[in-house]
Structures are given as C-alpha cells and as structure tokens.
Design a protein around this ligand. Structure first.
Ligand SMILES: NC(=O)c1ccc[n+]([C@@H]2O[C@H](COP(=O)([O-])OP(=O)(O)OC[C@H]3O[C@@H](n4cnc5c(N)ncnc54)[C@H](O)[C@@H]3O)[C@@H](O)[C@H]2O)c1
Length: 340
C-alpha cells in the first residue's frame, strides 16, 4: 500500500549498469549512497533499478505508478505524462534528476506546471566532453576515419594530405564550461583563438589570448570551428557552409540541431570543406558516410569513467537531498518549491 511518506526511487540512467574500465576510487559510490539511504529509512525508501530499459522506448504512466523520484536517462517526459504522474494529476512523482546537462528530453515548463522538480548535472562532464571535441578535431584534421577504412581493408592511402594543426586559427562558438576547456586543452598547439558568445567571458579571454568576434567573422577567419553553444536552433546552415574553405574543419560535440548536417555532408563530399566531426548517431540513411572525412559517434562525449561516476553521484545526491526535504542541487524550476 502506498503511503504518502513512502518514497520509491526509480533509477533509469543506463550508466549505473556499467563496469568502470579504470580503478576509479568512487566507482559504485552512487549506488552505495542510495542503498544506505534506503537502509536507514526504516522501509520508507525503496530503490528500484531499471537501467536496462531502452531510453528510446516511450515511457508510460503505468511504469511510473508510485514512483516519487527518478534518475533519468534520455527517455522523454512530455506534458501529458508529466501531468498524469505529477502532483497536479494526483500522481506520486515529485522529482526528475536528469543524468546529464541536456534537458531536451524533459518538458521543463510542463513539469513546473505539474509540480515536478527537475534537476540536471552541469559541469560533471565538461572535461570529458572537451577532451572528446579535441580528439575528434585531431581525428578529422588527420583524416583518421578515411585512413582507417582504407588501411583496415588492406588498401594503401589515397587522397589529400592531412592538415597541419599547430599555429592554425580555431573558432570556438560558445565559451561556457566545455568551450573554455577545449581552448585550454589545445594550448600546446599554439592556435590563434577567436570565439563568439552572446555572454563573453572577457577575463578568461584575456588570460588565454582569445578574441571575441561575431559568428560571421568567426566563420570567415577560422580554420577549425568547434561548436559548444547551449543553443537550440541551427547556427551552421547553407549560408554559413557556403563560406567554408576546402581546408575548413567543423566539430559539433554540442547538439545535432546546431548544424544543417545535409549541407555539411555535401560540402565534405564535394571538397568545399575538409571534414566534419559530430558526436551524434548519423540519422541520414540516404547520405552514406563510407569514404568521407566525417567522424560520428553516438553521443559519447561524456562517457569516461569519471564523467559517468560524477553524474551518477550528482544525481544520487540530488535524490538524497530531496528525500531529506532539502532543495536539491541544480534545481531548474525552483517555482515548484513554492507550490508545496
Ligand atoms: N556530446 C556530449 O556528450 C555532451 C556532453 C555535455 C554537454 N554537451 C552539450 O554541449 C553544449 C555546451 O555545454 P556546456 O556545459 O559548455 O554549457 P554552458 O552552459 O557552460 O555553456 C554554453 C555557452 O554557450 C553560450 N551560448 C548560448 N547561445 C549561444 C549562441 N547563439 N552563440 C554562441 N554561444 C552561445 C552561452 O552563453 C554559454 O557561454 C550544450 O549544448 C550541451 O548540451 C554535449
């Protein structure tokens, strides 16, 4: 029988199943924290793991019956579901702790209306994601994917030289946590760095010799362009791609939607730009990638042991804070607190 003070925590983040590759000192700490909390609750708190659930499968209200807190993967929380399972619809759900920075999968305004708190985990994965952007840039500038395809099939090289890196001009779109780290990690290459951001960080820019310019100037001036803007609409479309040069490299480890991936595909194919790296699954089956200098990855930017463990711990702590009646870290809709 569900009692109002009982809590069932549902863990959906698939990474809770992963075995760390390295001997990380905090491996398993998030699970331990949740288990200890349940053990000390006199039976009031239950932790349920469903980490093998495919996030692409639509969630139903029935799956969330009696659930008060969720550690969420990328499964979607649309308005109708939130209304049904949250306090506004008489449901038990009080908090969704998003494992990750992005909250596109949760309709946050609808969650607020439904009385469901939403948190995320900014900062936990910025270093791993910055490392991934840097290695993707090096791979694309080095045509590693094409070289690998040819060599692995027993063929000698064909095609143009790879690009020099040192001394080139890098354009960073978005100088938040990840964009700034990318610049810092690349410092050994003595790049000339320009950046664009509606909220420039002048102190950091001065310390790292970075010049802020408009996006148009950045596109015209840069050899390598890397996107780290927390923006939800297209920034690199046909007009921008038309201004790329045969040696332009574009890296997108932010969001698929920022780039007209079709326009970029054709530009790479026709030699109007050098290459493209995108940290998303390629969802254009009519645009085959074989033989092209386009590197894709299935959104693994933050998938290191420390990236995952930090996000596990951050979400587990938020759940514990919620259970203790405290305001959880990184609460995105504090309006929900006033409705209690
Ligand atoms: N590939 C991955 O695995 C992965 C992991 C984490 C984050 N991300 C994505 O990376 C992006 C950046 O994350 P972050 O942690 O650095 O975020 P952040 O909030 O620290 O920084 C984002 C920056 O983008 C700037 N910005 C917003 N709109 C802009 C625009 N139109 N032009 C230029 N700059 C703009 C903001 O002012 C801010 O400085 C996000 O889109 C996030 O979803 C991807």
């Amino acid at each position: 029988m569900h009692h109002p003070s009982d809590h069932t925590v549902l863990v959906l983040a698939t990474s809770f199943l992963d075995q760390p590759v390295t001997a990380h000192p905090e491996a398993g700490a998030a699970r331990a924290l949740l288990e200890e909390t349940a053990a000390g609750s006199d039976g009031a708190v239950t932790i349920r793991y469903r980490c093998d659930r495919n996030p692409a499968t639509e969630l139903t209200a029935a799956e969330l019956t009696g659930i008060t807190a969720i550690i969420a993967d990328l499964e979607r929380y649309p308005e109708g579901l939130l209304h049904e399972v949250g306090p506004a619809g008489g449901g038990a759900l009080r908090i969704i702790c998003r494992y990750g920075v992005g909250t596109d999968s949760v309709d946050v305004p609808a969650a607020t209306r439904a009385g469901v708190m939403v948190t995320n985990t900014p900062g936990c994965n910025s270093l791993p994601t910055a490392e991934w952007a840097v290695t993707t840039l090096l791979d694309v500038a080095g045509r590693r994917i094409v070289h690998h395809e040819r060599a692995a099939a027993g063929n000698p090289k064909i095609g143009p030289s790879r690009l020099d890196i040192t001394g080139k001009r890098l354009g960073v779109v978005g100088t938040g946590q990840i964009g700034r780290r990318v610049v810092e990690l690349l410092s050994g290459f003595q790049l000339d760095v320009v950046a664009s951001d509606p909220y420039p960080n002048h102190e950091w820019a001065q310390a790292h010799g970075v010049r802020y310019v408009s996006l148009d100037e950045l596109i015209d001036e840069s050899d390598f362009i890397t996107l780290h803007a927390a923006h939800r609409e297209q920034m690199i479309g046909v007009r921008e791609v038309a201004r790329f040069r045969p040696d332009t490299v574009l890296i997108n480890c932010a969001r698929w939607v920022l780039v007209d991936n079709r326009a970029v595909y054709h530009a790479v194919r026709e030699g109007r730009m050098y290459g493209y790296g995108v940290d998303e699954t390629w969802t254009e089956p009519d645009l085959p990638l074989a033989g092209l200098n386009i590197a894709t990855s299935p959104h693994v930017g933050s998938d290191t042991d420390s990236g995952k463990i930090n996000m596990q711990l951050a979400t587990a702590r938020q759940v514990v804070q919620f259970l203790a009646g405290q305001t959880p870290d990184n609460l995105l809709n504090p309006e929900t607190l006033q409705r209690k």
